[in-house]
Write a protein that binds this ligand. Sequence first.
Ligand code: DOR
Ligand code: ZN
Ligand code: ZN
Length: 363
Amino acid sequence: MKKITFRMSSDFHVHFRDGPMLKKLIYWIASVYYYAVAMGNTKPPIVSGEQVANHRSEILKGASESGLPNFQPIMTVMLVYGMTPEILEGAYQAGARVLKLIPGGASTGSNHGVVLWDLPRFYPVLQKAMKLGMIFSVHCELIVNPQTGKNILLYDQERMGIKYFDDVIKYFPELKIIFEHISSKELCQYFLDLNSKYVAAGFTAHHPYVSYFNVCNSENRIINPYLYSKPIGKFQDDINAVRRLMTSGHPRSIYGSDLAAHPSEAKENKPYAAGILNLPKIAIPDLWQNVFLFDLGPGKKTKQIFENFTSGNGLRFYNLPDYDKTMTLINKKWKTPRLVEGMKVFKGGEYLDWQIMKENMIR
Ligand code: DOR
Ligand code: ZN
Ligand code: ZN
């Protein structure tokens, strides 16, 4: 039986939620990932130091109760209207290392999020983030066209958001920025052209596969809500560009699954909730098999690139302590679960040739 062993994965983009949903998810996340960056778009959003500390305790308590006391969440705060340099500093003191932007109207829990054209009003906050060495984690989507006041088509929102970052990068060249869940060829190219050690690219576990027409019909109506995320999956050229950059061995190509669970009612009723449940024990062997091995072929180099993508690159960019813990994938066919905690999971009910060794899933 073929096996490969590499540094245990971390996930640099996870929505833990809070309350009962957090309790349902925590075991599935903490049993596979060493670190996970906890996105703060809870209701209400995480903004203050006190909220950071509470959310962190809730995650740690959940992990402990699931028998995983060593799990390490990395905390974020949201860039909302009302955020100030002082509040940000307080949040940093309480342990936040990431400032997250989900523009207003872009997705789940984004009601208070700053719209891209208002970013200049928050330059003092970005200045503070830069000084503190925090990471600015960006959901790059423009929802409304400011010229026409009309909604931008889902598949154009990422591309249309890019230009708002020209000035941010010009004025704060040493602010660490990660463009999350990159889904378009234009954002791939923008990232490559910037060629800055301060800018990183995040990739999910679903954008290498999901295309716009898996999600919507030709009238732009959502036909498969379980494949609907923000940003929405794009077209073949985009998928190719995403896969090329993910597997390129770029030192700042970073895994962030964007695990985003919703109760079935929210996935099945309009307006459909955006978010894909990337179950970690499926996502890791699936990426290995169907993206890295598939695109690069077997070999030492493929393993190295995959390991850097799922841990090393993120550790370095986020300046997190390295760890010895490893994970082994075995080449043994299995059927993925269709549901977890009663919710449909991405690629559930399918066969995979690789799986995480059971003993590796508990720390
Ligand atoms: O699809 C998404 N779901 N995109 C986001 O930006 C947020 C996330 C969620 O929280 O459900
Ligand atoms: Zn997002
Ligand atoms: Zn997200």
